[in-house]
Design a protein around this ligand. Structure first.
Ligand code: ADP
Ligand code: MG
Length: 355
């Protein structure tokens, strides 16, 4: 078992740079999730760690070894992809053992490793079946089993659950989490789904356009984002953002909230008149009697209700409401919040957090 260290890792496809000097340490035994929107470079970075893409600049270390120029088969990694790519004519057991068979491992050793993987993944009753007689979730479990059998130092997963329906995704998420606890190996997992990232990760790496925006434990990113991108990406429904203008040190007025907010955040020192952006999670807002905000959409999920509102200044907000009485579409309400829940960001494209 080994950790992974990336130093100045860069990837260029022809003239186009898609990974811009990534520095990252994944600790031994850690479950690290790369998350970010489609096209931000998650798969490319993972494939570079696997050796399936070469590295344009920088170094990749697995354990104490520099593997930047090492062949994929020599890196001690096993990768699980979104598509299972099982051999249709082989049984589950043969699919799982195939890699070891090809590299000339003794039959008894292969069988023992397949049996152990089947036990971990609860695949024992299915070992003699062909892939076509398996459900999507079972096929993906066989693909994971194939990785376990190889006994890698590092597991790499590229959106392994994206082809499964919602219910199965939740089930497999729990399975993968259990797998990590049971075998304790270093795992790097790519997803565009922030809920998967939040529930699986010891450490989340938020990527955007080939750069790391922030690295941290799930709840640290949720509570203490470094910028507006991370604040908006982590958490569901997404954080609300409204424009505000600084009144004086420690106070800003947000027309979209109909309120002046006092804060300990370091607002721009230029003082009065500077533009900032206020972020408040739907959970931090509540509906109160008033006539400032109009209800546009009500999403009642049973336990919670998401109420979509328009402010007098035309900004859209989502409020998480609990309780049985649902606001009616078209009615007017006021909103309330605790000022200490408000986060502040610069109003420029960078959206840097003001603390
Ligand atoms: P993600 O997995 O986060 O959706 P990718 O790593 O697949 O993103 O892609 C990152 C960027 O690199 C995208 O802009 C994509 O178009 C580009 N890219 C990926 N593979 C290639 C390639 N073989 N040639 C050129 N550009 C590529
Ligand atoms: Mg991808």
């Amino acid at each position: 078992m080994s950790g992974v260290t990336l130093s100045g890792v860069t990837k260029q496809f022809g003239a186009v740079k898609v990974i811009h000097g990534v520095d990252l340490t994944v600790q031994e035994g850690e479950f690290c999730v790369f998350v970010g929107p489609s096209g931000c470079g998650k798969s490319t970075l993972l494939r570079m760690i696997a050796g399936l893409e070469d590295t344009s600049a920088g170094t990749i270390q697995i354990g104490a070894r520099d593997v930047t120029r090492v062949d994929p088969s020599e890196r001690g990694v096993a990768m699980v992809f979104q598509t299972y790519a099982l051999y249709p004519h082989m049984t589950v057991a043969e699919n799982m053992g195939f890699g070891l068979k090809m590299t000339g491992h003794p039959k008894a050793e292969t069988q023992a490793k397949v049996a152990e993987a089947a036990r971990i993944l609860k695949l024992e009753p299915l070992l003699d079946r062909k892939p076509k007689a398996l459900s999507g979730g079972q096929r993906q479990r066989v693909a994971i089993g194939r990785a376990i059998v190889r006994g890698p130092e590092v597991f790499l997963f590229d959106e392994p659950l994206s082809n499964l329906d919602a219910e199965l995704r939740v089930e497999m998420r729990v399975e993968i989490s259990r797998l990590h606890r049971e075998i304790g190996a270093t795992m790097i997992y790519v997803t565009h789904d922030q809920v998967e990232a939040m529930t699986l990760a010891d450490k989340i790496v938020v990527l955007r356009a080939g750069r790391i925006e922030q690295v941290g434990a799930p709840l640290d990113l949720y509570r203490d984002p470094d910028n507006r991108f991370v604040a908006g990406f982590i958490g569901s429904p997404a954080m609300n953002f409204v424009n505000a203008v600084v009144d004086k040190a420690g106070s800003a007025t947000a027309p979209g909230l109909g309120a002046s907010i006092t804060t300990t955040a370091a607002l721009p020192s230029a003082g009065a008149g500077a533009d900032v952006v206020v972020g408040l999670r739907p959970q931090a807002l509540s509906l109160v009697a008033g006539d400032s905000h109009k209800v546009e959409v009500v999403e009642a999920l049973g336990g919670v209700t998401f109420v979509h509102l328009t402010s007098p200044s035309g900004e859209k907000l989502v409020v998480e409401a609990r309780g049985d009485v649902l606001p009616k579409i078209g009615t007017l309400w006021g909103i309330a919040f605790n000022p200490t829940d408000a986060l502040f960001f610069t109003a420029d494209a960078e959206g840097r957090r003001l603390r």
